[in-house]
Write a protein that binds this ligand. Structure first.
Ligand SMILES: Cc1ncc(COP(=O)(O)O)c(C=O)c1O
Length: 409
């Protein structure tokens, strides 16, 4: 028998710990950015795939189809139109790069700009994936507190001044201004303009991440930062993960060609998956505008179910807002609850949740907070899952004392 080869000594420095093996989804799945299974437009995607493959399938013979390295041209044309109508962004299809999910957009911008020790400003509560990537790079990540409208600009100004005095120039300000992850805040237009002014005063780039902007319940959203800045000093990323399906792995990055050409030089994967791009372009040009409101409606109802279930099971022990869109609810539990420990105990009972510290730069403050994604479980599963979570929380931390208005001892 061949002796096992020990490759541990060969690992590059900074290699993350090994991944754990996947053992299936838990019964009550409240984690990640999973979407509503009933609203994946399967029939229309089948028709789109058939049409586009019959018409253009032979172009799969070449890297980049017949569209070049930025990605399938009809998808970029669709996006240019959608971004103009929806977010106010005036850009040509040649200022849009199709990426393998917006996560690749994050990686590309980080590779372009960051090296170990660089400083970035980020919303104190933010996307866990972005935080993990920054930690891995060894960036100095400074969290800026949020309020109901997102980034608190007085505190941002203070941080920028402090950094300036220390001779530190942050590489970018990363923000999720439209349905913030995890708080759900939407930054109004006046604050967006002020943010751009402040960033320009300090010569700091804005990195705008917008993957939830299609999921605003009202169907309208403020103009994007990219649009308000005319694209100057802003890189914008987005995704089809939350509006169609995350498993497709299709996102996009918008930047002025001067920046995009440098990012494109770093995207050394010979193009993102072409079939997904073709099918999406075919589907979206015909159906995106009708599909999204239906998805939004379903998600809004699920949020309502989750809020009701939490109120019933946790009473005043759980504090949460009423987000104007998206797929997450950010919740505060009593101070004695450690959501990392709660997460472990809940998982053993079949409930997965995202503990607050993974979603915040202030781990102590976030210790009693958690994020629940309500998009994937069906309403009945949401109700049962929250009831199991309340039971686990009571057993481990003694709260909530009452569930369904019945005292529990
Ligand atoms: C703010 C934000 N950005 C980026 C992503 C990555 O999404 P994807 O790579 O699926 O487009 C997520 C996923 O949840 C997110 O919440």
């Amino acid at each position: 028998m061949t002796a096992p080869f020990d490759f541990a000594p060969l690992l590059a420095p900074g290699t993350p710990p090994p991944a754990v093996k996947w053992s299936g989804f838990p019964k009550y799945n409240f984690i990640g950015g999973h979407n509503d299974a009933k609203h994946v437009p399967v029939e229309a995607l089948i028709a789109a795939a058939t049409n586009v493959l019959k018409r253009e399938g032979a172009t799969l013979a070449t890297y980049g189809l017949n569209s070049g390295p930025l990605g399938y041209r009809p998808l970029r044309d669709f996006l240019a139109g959608k971004l103009k109508g929806h977010a106010g962004i005036e850009c040509s299809a040649d200022e849009i790069l199709i990426t393998s999910g917006s996560m690749q957009g994050l990686d590309l911008v980080n590779s372009l700009l960051l090296t170990k020790g660089d400083t970035v400003l980020i919303e104190r509560e933010s996307y866990g994936g972005a935080l993990t990537k920054l930690t891995r790079i060894g960036a100095n990540v400074i969290g800026v507190p949020l309020d109901d409208e997102g980034l608190n600009l007085d505190l941002l100004r203070q941080k920028l001044e402090e950094l300036k005095q220390r001779g530190v120039k942050p590489k970018y300000i990363y923000t999720i201004p439209t349905v913030q992850n995890p708080t759900g805040a939407i930054m109004g237009e006046a604050r967006r303009r002020e943010l751009l002014k402040l960033a320009a005063e300090h010569g700091v780039m804005i990195f705008e991440d917008e993957c939830y902007s299609d999921l605003v319940w009202s169907g309208t959203r403020p103009m994007s930062l990219y649009a308000l800045a005319g694209g100057e000093g802003v890189v914008h990323i987005g995704s089809f993960s939350k509006s169609i399906a995350p498993a497709l792995r299709v996102g996009y990055l918008v930047a002025k060609w001067e920046v995009l050409s440098r990012i494109l030089a770093l995207k050394q994967d010979a193009g993102s998956g072409a079939l997904e791009q073709m099918v999406l372009a075919e589907f979206c040009t015909k159906h995106f505008a009708q599909h999204v409101p239906k998805l939004r409606q379903a998600l809004k109802m699920k949020l309502q179910t989750l809020r009701e279930a939490l109120a019933e099971q946790f009473g005043t022990s759980a504090e949460f807002g009423d987000p104007p869109g998206g797929i997450y609810l950010w919740i505060k539990l009593p101070d004695n609850v450690d959501t990392v420990k709660l997460g472990q105990a809940a998982l053993a009972a079949g409930v997965s949740l995202n503990p607050g510290p993974e979603w915040s730069t202030d781990k102590d403050r976030a210790r009693c907070r958690l994020r629940l994604c309500f998009a994937n479980p069906e309403p009945d599963t949401i109700r049962k899952g929250v009831s199991v979570l309340a039971e686990v929380c009571r057993r481990e931390f003694g709260v909530p004392l009452r569930s369904s208005n019945v005292e529990k001892r």
